[in-house]
Design a binder for this molecule. Structure first.
Ligand SMILES: [Zn+2]
Length: 526
C-alpha cells in the first residue's frame, strides 16, 4: 500500500464526522425522571418511560435542551425555535422501546462552524498550503504565518437519547459472536445524547483529530459533559471518501463507527485513505458500508452494508408535542454563555497576558485542565510571572502532560506536581541554582516521592554552585594541572574546551554551573 502522503498527492480525502456526546452533567434522563449515574447496579435506574411500557408518556428534559442550545451557540449555530421529536425505528435489545426518540429534519442547532488552527506537525498532513501567501484563502483554508486555519461547517446538532448497554458472556471475548448469552442494562437507555454532524469539510485525519479535541474542550468548558472517550460519553463516527485532486464530485464514502480515542480516529481515517486509494487505483469500486477499526491489527473490517434513511421509518412522535423555544429561553442561555470563557477566548488571553505563542496557548487550553494548572502557577509566580510564564508553560505541556498521558485516570488536578511546586522548580532553574538536567531529575523525584522540589535538591545535595569565586578557583586549578592541553588549546584546538569543562565538573562533583564554568574557561584560556 502507498503511504498516506503519497496518496494525498493524487487524491483528496473528504472527511465528515458524527459526534455523539452524552450530557453526563445532568441529573436525569431525557424524557423521564430516572437518575443519570455511570457505573450504578444494572437496571436500578429505569421506569415505564425509558423502558417504553404501554401508556407511559415522555416529558422532555428542559435542562438537556438548555445544554444543547448552549453547545449550539458556542459552536456558532443558528437556534431553531420550532422543532419536533421523531421516532426512529431501532430493533435491538438494548432499547426496550424499539425506537429511539430523536429530532427530524430540523434540529435545535443548525448551520454552525468551528475554525481549526493547524500548525506545527498538525499542518503537515495537508499538502499545498505552503503554496499560499499569508492571509490567502483556498476553499475552506486560510494560510497563516506558520500553518493554516481550516473552516469547518457544522450541519446540525440534534437531541436524542442513548441506548442501554449489552454484555455478551460465555466466550467471544465480550463480543456477540461466540457468546452463549447476553445481559442487558437499561440504566443508560434514555440518557440525553447530542449528535453533532459536520459538513464534509475536513481534509486530513489530523484535522479530524483537532476538530474532536476542540469540540471536547468546548463541551468541557461549558460543563455539559465529562466527555470521556474511554467511558463512551464522547464517541465519534468518521465518514470518508476520496476524489481525484481537481475534481468536485464526491466519491462513495465508508463510515467508521464508534471510535473511542483521538488516536484511533486519526489512524482509522489514515488507514482508510490508503485502502480506498488502493481499491480505486486497481479499478475497483468503494461500497457504501460501515467499517470497524481494529486498533491492535491496525486495519478496518466491514461491519455491515449501509442502511438507507428509509430503513429507519422516521415519523413524528405522537406522544411529544412540537417543541417551541421562546426568545426569553434562548436569551437566557446566551447570557449564561457570555459568562463562560470559551477555549478560543482563553487562548487569546494566554497569548496576550502571558506572552505565550499561539501554539503553546492553544495546547494549554485544549489539554484537559493544563490551562487551569498553568493559570494557578502564574498566579503563584506573582511579580515574576513575565519571566516564569514561558518555563511554566513548557513544564505543563512537556513534563506534566507526558506524566498525565502515561497514567490513566490521572489529570493535572491530582498530580503531586502542584502549581506551587512547579513555580518553585522553575524559580530554581531561572536562578541557576540547578541545571536543566537536574531539573528533570527533581521533576521525577517530586512525582515519585511527593515532596517539594527544595527538599529534594537539599536531600540529594544537588544545589548547583554558582558562586563565581568558588568556580574560578577550580578553573584555575584545572588550567594549572593541564599545561599540555592548555598549550594545544591556545594553538587552535578549541574543541578541548569540552575536556576542561569536564575536568571542572568532575572536580565539583557535577554541581558547578556549566554556564559560568564555560564563561570563565573561555576568558582564562584566551
Ligand atoms: Zn426512566
Amino acid at each position: 500500500m502507498k503511504t498516506m502522503q503519497e496518496v494525498l498527492k493524487d487524491w483528496e480525502a473528504v472527511i465528515g464526522l458524527e459526534v455523539h456526546c452524552e450530557l453526563t452533567k445532568l441529573e436525569t434522563k431525557m424524557f423521564c425522571g430516572c437518575k443519570l449515574e455511570f457505573g450504578a447496579e444494572p437496571n436500578t435506574h429505569t421506569c415505564p418511560v425509558c423502558l417504553g411500557l404501554p401508556g407511559a408518556l415522555p416529558v422532555p428534559n428542559r435542562a438537556a435542551i438548555e445544554s444543547i442550545v448552549l453547545a449550539g451557540l458556542a459552536t456558532n449555530c443558528d437556534i431553531e425555535k420550532h422543532t419536533m421529536f421523531y421516532r426512529k425505528g431501532y430493533m435491538y435489545p438494548d432499547m426496550a422501546k424499539n425506537f429511539q426518540t430523536t429530532q427530524g429534519p430540523k434540529a435545535f442547532c443548525m448551520r454552525g462552524w468551528l475554525d481549526l488552527s493547524m500548525d506545527g506537525r498538525g499542518a503537515d498532513e495537508r499538502l499545498f498550503w505552503k503554496d499560499l501567501a499569508e492571509g490567502e484563502q483556498s476553499e475552506n483554508m486560510t494560510r497563516t504565518a506558520d500553518g493554516y486555519v481550516a473552516h469547518v461547517g457544522i450541519t446540525r446538532i440534534h437531541m436524542e437519547e442513548d441506548a442501554g448497554k449489552m454484555v455478551h458472556l460465555g466466550g467471544g471475548e465480550g463480543r456477540i459472536a461466540g457468546a452463549t448469552h447476553s445481559l442487558v442494562d437499561y440504566n443508560r437507555a434514555g440518557t440525553p445524547l447530542m449528535e453533532l454532524v459536520t459538513e464534509p469539510d475536513l481534509r486530513t485525519p489530523e484535522e479530524a483529530r483537532q476538530f474532536m479535541h476542540k469540540l471536547r474542550s468546548i463541551f468541557l468548558t461549558l460543563g455539559i459533559s465529562d466527555c470521556s472517550m474511554e467511558e463512551g460519553s464522547l464517541r465519534a463516527d468518521g465518514n470518508i471518501s476520496l476524489r481525484r485532486r481537481g475534481t468536485k464530485e464526491f466519491g462513495t464514502k465508508t463510515e467508521m463507527k464508534n471510535i473511542n480515542s483521538f488516536k484511533a480516529l486519526h489512524d482509522a481515517l489514515a488507514y482508510e485513505i490508503c485502502r480506498q486509494a488502493e481499491v480505486l487505483e486497481e479499478g475497483g469500486v468503494i461500497r457504501q458500508e460501515t467499517r470497524h477499526w481494529d486498533p491492535s491489527k491496525k486495519h478496518t473490517l466491514v461491519m455491515r452494508v449501509k442502511e438507507t434513511a428509509d430503513d429507519y421509518r422516521m415519523f413524528p412522535d405522537p406522544d411529544l408535542a412540537p417543541y417551541d423555544l421562546t426568545d426569553e429561553f434562548i436569551d437566557g442561555v446566551r447570557e449564561r454563555l457570555a459568562s463562560i470563557e470559551l477555549p478560543d477566548q482563553r487562548t487569546a488571553r494566554f497569548e496576550r497576558d502571558f506572552g505565550l505563542s499561539a501554539y503553546d496557548a492553544r495546547q494549554l487550553t485544549e489539554a484537559a485542565f493544563a490551562g487551569d494548572w498553568f493559570e494557578a502557577a502564574c498566579a503563584e509566580a506573582g511579580a515574576d510571572v513575565d519571566k516564569l510564564a514561558k518555563p511554566l508553560a513548557n513544564l505543563a505541556l512537556n513534563d506534566i502532560s507526558a506524566y498525565v498521558n502515561a497514567h490513566e485516570g490521572v489529570d493535572f488536578a491530582d498530580t503531586p506536581f502542584t502549581p506551587v511546586r512547579g513555580v518553585a522548580l522553575v524559580r530554581m532553574l531561572a536562578a541557576d541554582e540547578i541545571s536543566s538536567k537536574q531539573a528533570k531529575e527533581v521533576f521525577a523525584a517530586v512525582i515519585d516521592e511527593d515532596k517539594d522540589p527544595a527538599a529534594i535538591v537539599e536531600e540529594r545535595g544537588m544545589k548547583q554552585v554558582s558562586d563565581t569565586g568558588a568556580i574560578e578557583a577550580v578553573v584555575d586549578a584545572v588550567i594549572a594541572a593541564n599545561p599540555d592541553e592548555v598549550a594545544r588549546y591556545r594553538e587552535g584546538n578549541t574543541k578541548l574546551i569540552g575536556f576542561f569543562v569536564g575536568q571542572c565538573m568532575k572536580e565539583m562533583r557535577g554541581q558547578g554551573n556549566p554556564k559560568l564554568i564555560n564563561q570563565l574557561l573561555a576568558q582564562k584560556l584566551s
